[in-house]
Design a protein around this ligand. Structure first.
Ligand code: HEM
Length: 189
């Protein structure tokens, strides 16, 4: 049975978003490709196109793990949804965390994520300019190359702010647990 939330990110010759750049950040990068299609309700292994894919990643939007009530209210009050016509730029950042991260108990992970790294508090400062969606991949199969697919949409003039946000997060203790990261920049056709 197909999970309607299972989302496929297929990179190849054609797609809804043109890939401007694939920047290696940490660990192995992804092969070059011209465009990306994002398709919810994907069936793993099924071909949606006659054109071979350069790469295919899968993820599921899921429930929040670390967000507390006050943070949730602050996010809801400030965030914008995906698909804004003026947000013609996007970034896809597939991320994998280390075994040491996954070995931590839930409360210790929350401490690193927020008390030490201020992930939500930092992120909130960049809303509503940056719209985002987090996909989880770790539990889909042992063959998944990443634990998370993170997707962001913004106006071209907000790209410097997005780069600043990335720099802030990458300096945080949370990122010492990241062992693979790729930064894919795109524009809507
Ligand atoms: C735009 C501002 C941002 C906001 C408001 C934000 C907020 C959040 C929140 C609230 C969570 C926790 C979800 C939960 O409770 O499970 C989260 C998780 C996450 N975010 Fe962000 N974020 C932002 C930007 C970013 C960026 C730029 C990246 C990538 C470089 C990123 C990567 C992640 C990852 C990988 C997780 C999952 C962490 C884990 O479960 O271990 N976020 N974010």
């Amino acid at each position: 049975m197909i999970n309607p939330r299972l989302t496929e990110f297929r990179a190849g010759a054609t797609g809804d978003w043109v890939i401007r750049d694939i920047r290696p950040v940490l660990g192995p990068t992804l092969p070059p490709a011209h465009a990306l299609t994002i398709k919810p309700g994907a069936e793993p292994g099924a071909e949606i196109s006659a054109t071979p894919a350069a790469w295919v990643l899968h993820g599921l939007p899921s429930n929040a793990r670390y967000t507390e009530a006050e943070e949730k209210a602050a996010l809801l009050a400030k965030q914008e949804g995906l698909g804004r016509p003026e947000a013609t730029c996007a970034a896809l950042l597939p991320i994998r965390k280390t075994a040491a991260w996954w070995d931590l108990p839930q409360d210790a992970r929350r401490r690193v994520f927020e008390a030490q790294s201020h992930h939500t508090q930092i992120g909130l400062r960049y809303l509503p300019a940056i719209a985002r969606r987090l996909y989880h991949c770790r539990d889909l199969s042992t063959a998944e190359p990443f634990d998370f697919l993170t997707w962001f949409e913004f106006r071209p003039e907000d790209e410097p702010a997005f780069d600043h946000l990335l720099a802030e997060l990458r300096r945080s203790p949370e990122w010492t647990y990241v062992d693979r990261e790729v930064d894919v920049r795109l524009v809507r056709i």
